[in-house]
Design a protein around this ligand. Structure first.
Ligand SMILES: *[C@@H]1O[C@H](CO)[C@@H](O)[C@H](O)[C@H]1NC(C)=O
Ligand SMILES: *[C@@H]1O[C@H](CO)[C@@H](O)[C@H](O)[C@H]1NC(C)=O
Ligand SMILES: *[C@@H]1O[C@H](CO)[C@@H](O)[C@H](O)[C@H]1NC(C)=O
Length: 406
């Protein structure tokens, strides 16, 4: 299979970027593709018109593929114009130490400047787009905001983008399938790449589509990860004849935000007592990012918990692996593509914890952890974009996907 990322249109911005990054973007593009499948047609047309002015009038369906811009925020983050955005891809909970503690915010709050993180950025980009729909911002401002939002919603659903430990796992060296890597790369791309290498061949074919099911194929553009999207849609979202793993109630829950906590309530419970004793800022302060339809803080608090539940192996804090993990510089293969990674010969790495094991990778695959994260991100992105850009007058003639039309 060939990589087909439609790089031509992006060639100018990509000139200085190694093509290997195209792979690191697969997770982001999968999230965007799932979102697009669930966008109301009017919302998709409006989003496409922001990204590619005039595209909706051309009469093609779909008018664009939003996955094409899903990795843009990574590609520009080192350019002078956008360097200020580099810190908006993650949030570091300072003093959290998965898998021993998963305080969120960390015991010492957040790394970096207030609001310059993925949670504040999701909120801000949404506010900018609300401003655009009110006529207070021009299209080019909205274009950046849409591209950032598509990307940051993906980042926010990658648990390692939510922990301050060892630069989100970039400094945690591990082995995978007999090759050295780090925990962050493993979750960014290698686990997805390995799924694709072993995915059932029935997903390399086009999806059967009838008028009662969601049209998945229209939104695929012949990429290396199409089979992954088909599998998530078929086995996860249940667009085929078999019920999916994710019940409609589950999907609705992904879109739900908690009721704002009444004054004082947060301070109850063990965690509240500990934090009050330590004189720490209440989590309520972080709720400024949240409202009743978009709640990056509440959502990411749950996602961050995965770092303790399964992302950070306890063995990394015990001999012999605590030696290599701490203070290690990034792996020398930091920017290689998954294809190059799997092409490297396997060799023994006695100093590194191997994670391609039934207990680690096997469990992640079996429990559909990454598929679920990407489906959640895609549905939330769709809900948000529908809420922002769906033509209200077109409502009422829809029955296929009511749950995402928030
Ligand atoms: C969000 O906007 C506010 C006010 O406009 C600003 O102070 C803050 O730095 C912004 N945060 C991000 C993450 O862009
Ligand atoms: C594809 O194959 C897998 C396992 O071989 C099976 O569980 C799944 O239902 C199949 N999906 C379709 C769409 O046929
Ligand atoms: C690794 O853990 C052992 C046992 O807890 C400890 O004695 C040792 O100092 C740790 N090594 C490092 C580098 O932290």
């Amino acid at each position: 299979m060939k990589l087909s990322y439609g790089l031509a249109g992006l060639a100018a911005t990509l000139a200085a970027v190694p093509t290997a990054l195209a792979w690191g973007g697969a997770g982001h593009e999968i999230v965007a593709t799932i979102a697009q499948i669930y966008l109301h047609p009017s919302a998709l047309s409006n989003v496409c018109d922001i990204l590619y002015p005039g595209s909706a009038a051309l009469g093609h369906w779909p008018p664009c593929y939003i996955s094409r811009v899903a990795s843009w925020a990574d590609q520009i983050k080192r350019s002078p114009q956008y360097r200020y955005t580099a810190a908006m891809h993650y949030v570091g909970a300072v003093g959290d130490h998965p898998c021993e503690t998963c305080l969120f915010p960390g015991a010492d709050g957040w790394a970096g400047k207030r609001d310059i993180n993925v949670l504040g950025a999701v909120r801000n980009m949404t506010d900018v787009l609300v401003g655009y729909t009110d006529g207070s911002f021009d299209r080019d401002i909205a274009e950046d905001a849409v591209k950032f939002l598509i990307h940051y919603m993906g980042d926010m659903h990658m648990p390692l983008h939510l922990t301050g430990r060892e630069r989100g796992g970039n400094g945690a060296r591990v082995a995978f399938d007999g090759r050295a890597t780090n925990l962050h790369s493993l979750w960014d791309s290698l686990l997805i790449a390995k799924s694709l290498r072993t995915i059932s061949s029935n997903y390399t074919r086009r999806f059967p589509h009838d008028s009662t099911s969601v049209d998945v194929e229209a939104h695929l553009r012949d990429t290396i990860y199409d089979p992954y999207v088909r599998r998530v849609m078929w086995e996860g979202m249940g667009v085929g004849s078999v019920p999916g793993r994710f019940a409609v109630e589950t999907i609705e829950e992904w879109l739900t935000c908690p009721e704002p906590a009444p004054e004082g309530r947060w301070d109850q419970g063990v965690l509240g007592a500990v934090q009050t004793t330590l004189g720490l800022r209440a989590a309520r302060d972080e709720e400024r990012w949240d409202d009743e339809v978009l709640c990056p803080f509440a959502w990411s608090k749950t996602l961050h918990g995965l770092n303790c539940e399964l992302v950070w192996p306890a063995a990394l804090d015990r001999p012999p692996y605590n030696q290599s993990a701490f203070g290690a510089r990034g792996d020398e293969h930091d920017h290689e593509s998954p294809d190059d990674f799997f092409a490297r010969p396997r060799r023994p790495h006695p100093d590194l914890l191997e994670l391609d094991t039934p207990e680690y990778a096997g469990k992640i695959y079996q429990e559909w952890v990454i598929e679920r994260l990407m489906a959640t991100a895609g549905i939330r992105l769709a809900g948000l974009l529908n809420g922002l850009f769906m033509d209200v007058e077109s409502l009422g003639n829809e029955c296929d996907l009511p749950v995402v039309y928030v």
